[in-house]
Design a protein around this ligand. Structure first.
Ligand code: PLP
Length: 421
């Protein structure tokens, strides 16, 4: 059965993240007794909080008539009310329950929103490095992804965003705490961004939608606050989920919250409802809507992630790797160190043996891939930064068991010594 060309292209682009995932499985199968230091996935290793499991048990036992019936495409009122309260508090801005759509995770929310607002050829700005799936989502709904580089240390470079704006800019996706860098954008930068968007809208008549993608909002360390955004700019839609904060990514429960100040808000809400219906979701999972209606205010076990973060920072520092300061989420974005002379010779010889006429150039271009493959030889799995639009870096996820992080410290050190030889 022939697969569509666009899907083939997506598969090709997604191959590095997928390959690392598959490598992990292969390594485990080949030698089940040795640990695989798998830092490749953003899959929370903590169990959901007891309160969520209790709610789940109680609700499963609820057999009231109609419990399993179709519902409004945008979700149950009780769930939307709980989310409205939560987002109003987090964003210092009143959100009405009727401006909330329950979605199939944050990914479902992003898709339904992009589907609702994009015309063919519309541009969506993302900050580089970006969450790997953005490109696929934007392209799927006829849009074009436009990159604006992050500033030094992966801060928000508002000037770069200003330069990326055009008459075709329909939206900007902001992700803080950030995947893959762990950065949290401070309030002053968000206000500066809002001013740039307002000025752009005033000059062109086009006010881009600010999509605030924040599934990691609860995961912030060392007292860093994740500031509100919705109060700063009228055309804001918050997109989030409980995947990371309450460790239920497989249960697919998230939401969109639309600012009451969005232009054409009523039409947008209708378009979102239509998208839920026609993109195939129909509605967010009923049982999980009822669960989050009860536990929406529960917080992630931040202490566990903070411990994992400290341990990994220690391991990475011990190995001499440079990294972006990880203020939130559960990722560490590390810079690929320079390859030593012996390693460079080996790489060139390998590339030549593989029939490449430009061995050196290839090795230099894809240092992150070479590094990730090298680490794999030590059973350490990292995702090459190319998957996030940023070669020269690798992402490590510390949503893994503490013992694994303790164990990797000497392994990483030995690997790095060899890499630098
Ligand atoms: N946005 C970002 C930045 C993410 O990292 C993820 C998941 O890793 C998502 C959205 C999707 O989250 P969900 O699993 O809730 O769909």
């Amino acid at each position: 059965m022939p697969v569509a060309k666009a899907v083939r292209a997506d598969l090709e682009r997604a191959s590095w993240i997928r390959r690392m995932f598959e490598e992990g499985r292969r390594l485990r199968e080949a030698d089940p007794d040795s640990p695989v230091y798998d830092f490749s996935l953003g899959n929370p290793d903590l169990e959901p909080p007891e309160a969520l499991l209790d709610a789940l048990r109680e609700l499963v036992a609820d057999t009231a008539k109609g419990t399993h019936a179709y519902m409004p495409n945008v979700g149950y009122r009780e769930a939307r009310e709980a989310i409205a309260r939560k987002v109003s508090r987090e964003h210092a801005f009143p959100v009405g329950w009727s401006d909330v759509v329950m979605t199939v995770g944050a990914a479902g929310g992003l898709n339904v929103l992009l589907h609702a607002i994009l015309d063919p050829g519309d541009e969506v700005i993302v900050v580089r490095p970006w969450f790997a799936e953005y490109r696929f989502y934007i392209n799927k709904h006829g849009g074009r992804m436009v990159e604006a580089d992050a500033g030094p240390g992966f801060t928000l470079d508002v000037e770069a965003i200003r330069r990326a704006l055009s008459l075709r800019t329909k939206a900007l996706i902001l992700n803080s705490p950030n995947n893959p860098t762990g950065r949290i954008y401070p309030r002053a930068d968000l206000e500066a961004l809002a001013a740039v968007l307002v000025a752009h809208g005033g000059a062109t008549g086009v006010f881009p939608t600010l999509i605030v993608d924040e599934p990691y909002r609860d995961l912030a360390y060392e007292g860093v606050e994740v500031p509100p955004v919705m109060d700063a700019y009228p055309e804001t839609v918050v997109c989030s989920s409980f995947s990371k904060s309450l460790s239920v990514p497989g249960e697919r429960i998230g939401y969109l919250a639309v600012s009451s100040r969005c232009s054409e808000k009523a039409l947008l809400m209708d378009a979102l409802a239509m998208g839920m219906r026609t993109l195939g979701f129909v509605n967010a999972p009923a049982l999980m809507q009822r669960v989050v209606a009860r536990v929406a205010d529960r917080k992630a076990d931040i202490d566990s992630y903070a411990r994992r973060r400290s341990l990994l920072l220690e391991a990475v520092r011990g190995a001499g790797l440079a990294f972006a300061p990880p203020e939130g989420a559960f990722y560490l974005f590390c810079e690929v160190p320079p390859r030593g002379p012996k390693g460079r010779e080996n790489d060139a010889a390998r590339a030549a043996a593989a029939g490449s006429a430009t061995g050196g150039a290839v090795a230099a271009e894809s240092a992150d891939i070479a590094f990730a493959l090298f680490l794999k030889e030590f059973r350490v799995l990292a995702v090459p930064g190319s998957g996030f639009g940023m070669s020269g870096w690798v992402r490590l996820s510390y949503a893994v068991d503490e013992a694994l992080i303790r164990g990797v410290a000497p392994v990483l050190k030995a690997a790095l010594e060899q890499w630098r030889e």
